[in-house]
Design a protein around this ligand. Structure first.
Ligand code: C2E
Ligand code: CA
Ligand code: CA
Length: 604
């Protein structure tokens, strides 16, 4: 649109005769227009009137002092005013509250500029009081010296604004729980670091992790999982104060910030509040209730970190430690934790590689009868490092159990043990029973019996030679399922032995319901023998009761003759310990087996 075209229809349009007169008067009239020219002008007038009338944007003509000379008809739809109500009023009186004095000054200076062209975003108060976000585009098409003003269009940008807000929401909030997200939380932490550093304050960062959330997802589906996440968010939000920040960090992890920690009691209080959020079961959907617990870790500024990343990391470390020491607990960060965790992470990653390289093998420790002859052996895993050094399970079995690596290490041990045992029979060595340890996690594996069956088949080992050692706690974790598995193992022909007996919470009354063949009396009962009278009485009671239930009793960790002599007097059935043999590599055990000699020093 050129200046001339805009001028004529804009001026003649919409009952603004004054403007028309002025506009036409502004042009020096050299001659009277011809009839054809007037017809063309009328056609243009109709065309441009139509355009202004149908424009969704409000078209206005403003004079340099902000006075509205002309207002297009879309003002009615957009602003709720009739154009006449706006015409003749001060444009600035229409503006919403957000219009600052600076903006006004800028706007005014634009209006009086020689060639005003500008765009601006602000809001206009509609007739009903609602503020409407608009974008104004203005320029001076009226080359009329009497009207020092501009043509301005106002466009409703509600939709764009909403979209922007939504984008902003997604950038800083978690859509599921509507809590601030990780980015937003980290900014809050940074902000609080500045404040706390200036005022010498302490603030706390808490990591909160739902316990066994994966289990919820697996059991009930992700929809229920999402509901749980929402419920937890709400419960936490309700139990914290308004100026405590709560965010969803990722997955089942929430982070909270407590701005001003005043005392030890205050710390206890925030932990109690976080725990209180999980005191009641969550109501999920229709009538379904789920009880879920959470663990927490807390780090404090300035002691536990100088920036947001370090504080968050340390709070997470503390959370991790809380989870390690059982569910439903909490830990405050302690710099020493870092050392432990780093060491554990190192072992964990080394384990991964060692599994790939199949660096695990069983050593064998003899079990002997009362005369010292080998009547069985226990397979005990060893990690052969690339340097040739041998590592015992004490240094890695816990990490493997927690990280889940035990599954693969365990099946490596089972396979290797079965291969070796089958090999011994093939060369005519005595077919003694071989025990294999199953950790609680291994025992909990769904496919355990199936895997063992496959190994038995592939190695050709006689399953009646196999014995599995499981601790009481390993059985009690999921008792019914455990008993089913024990029965299946027995169906294969294998025997069952209770490891570390006496250290768990189980009792003989429980034990009688389990399909068990042997109990291994824990080393802690053997150590104080024979001088400790109480220990002697307990050991003797264990043997008696076990015999009543027709279990075989093995004493673990027998280290000296005195212990053995005492155990003889209470009729213990078998012994295992350094007194007879340490766990030894396969070749060495094979040699012991082939010699067929008693391992007992006193009978030698
Ligand atoms: P455990 O099943 O109670 O095994 C007995 C442990 O006591 C073995 O330690 C053995 O070397 C040690 N020991 C035997 N006699 C004596 C003694 O007279 N004095 C002393 N001080 N110690 C004795 P090891 O081999 O270090 O194994 C430790 C634990 O690691 C085992 O305890 C068992 O729970 C676990 N483990 C070993 N091998 C495996 C495996 O293949 N799979 C699984 N899941 N766990 C295993
Ligand atoms: Ca054992
Ligand atoms: Ca044991």
């Amino acid at each position: 649109m050129n200046g001339k075209d805009a001028r004529a229809p804009g001026a003649e349009n919409q009952g603004a005769p004054a403007l028309l007169e002025e506009a036409t008067a502004a042009e020096p009239l050299e001659r009277v227009p011809s009839r054809a020219e007037r017809a063309t002008a009328r056609r243009y007038e109709a065309l441009f009137r139509g355009l202004v009338q149908h424009a969704a944007d409000v078209v206005m003509i403003l004079e340099s002092d902000g006075w509205v000379r002309f207002c297009g008809p879309s003002a009615r739809a957009l602003l709720g005013y009739a154009p006449e109500e706006i015409e003749g009023s001060d444009f600035f009186s229409l503006l919403g509250d957000g219009f600052s004095t600076e903006q006004r000054a800028m706007f005014s200076s634009n209006l009086v500029a020689e060639h005003p062209t500008f765009t601006a975003g602000f809001s206009i108060r509609r007739q009903d009081g609602v503020e409407l976000p608009v974008e104004a585009a203005a320029s001076n098409y009226l080359r009329n010296p009497d009207i020092a003003g501009v043509i301005m269009t106002l466009r409703d940008v509600t939709r764009q604004k909403k979209a922007e807000e939504r984008a902003l929401f997604y950038e800083y909030f978690d859509p599921l729980t509507s809590l601030p997200n990780r980015e937003s939380f980290m900014r809050d932490v940074e902000r609080n670091i500045t404040i706390a550093a200036n005022r010498g304050r302490v603030f706390g960062v808490m990591a909160i992790g739902l316990d066994k959330f994966k289990h919820v997802n697996d059991m009930y589906g992700t929809k229920t999982g999402d509901e749980v996440l929402k419920c937890a968010a709400e419960a936490l939000r309700n139990s914290f104060r308004n100026d405590d920040v709560l965010s969803r960090y990722r997955g089942d992890k929430y982070f909270a910030l407590f701005p001003d920690i005043k005392s030890q009691d205050h710390i206890k209080e925030i932990i109690a509040k976080a725990r209180a959020a999980f005191a009641d079961p969550f109501r999920i959907g229709l009538g379904q209730e789920l009880r879920i617990s959470a663990s927490m870790g807390v780090a404090f500024f300035p002691n536990d970190g100088k920036d947001a990343a370090e504080l968050a990391r340390n709070a997470e470390t503390a959370l991790y430690m809380a989870k390690e020491s059982g569910r439903d607990g909490y830990r405050l960060f302690d710099a020493r934790l870092n050392g432990e965790i780093l060491e554990r992470q190192r072992i964990e990653s080394d384990l991964g590689q060692a599994i790939g390289e199949r660096r695990f093998e069983p050593f064998f420790q003899a079990k002997v009868d009362r005369s010292g002859f080998i009547v069985g052996a226990e397979a005990l895993v060893r990690w052969r490092l690339a340097t040739g050094e041998i590592k015992g399970p004490a240094s890695f079995i816990d990490v493997a159990e927690r990280s889940g690596n035990i599954d693969r290490i365990g099946s490596m041990v089972i396979l290797k043990t079965c291969e070796l045992a089958a090999g011994w029979s093939a060369v005519g060595l005595p077919e003694i029973p071989i025990s294999i340890n199953l950790s609680p996690r291994q025992f909990g594996q769904e496919s355990l019996v199936e895997d063992i069956t496959a190994i038995i088949e592939s190695t050709g080992v006689d399953p009646r030679r196999l014995e599995f050692e499981i601790t009481e706690s390993g059985i009690m974790t999921n008792e019914r399922e455990s008993i089913r598995k024990l029965l299946e193992l027995k169906d294969l022909g294998a025997a069952i032995s209770i490891d570390d007996f006496g250290t768990g919470y189980s009792s003989f009354s429980k034990l009688k319901d389990y399909p068990v063949d042997t109990v291994k009396m824990d080393k802690s009962f053997i150590d104080p023998l024979p001088s400790d009278r109480k220990a002697a009485i307990i050991a003797s009671a264990i043997v008696d009761l076990a015999h009543t239930l027709s279990f075989t009793v093995v004493a673990e960790g027998v280290e000296n003759i005195e212990q053995m002599s005492f155990l003889d007097t209470i009729f213990c059935d078998q012994y295992q310990g350094y007194l007879f043999s340490k766990p030894v590599p396969e070749q060495e055990f094979r040699r012991l087996l082939s010699e067929g000699k008693a391992l007992l020093p006193r009978s030698a």
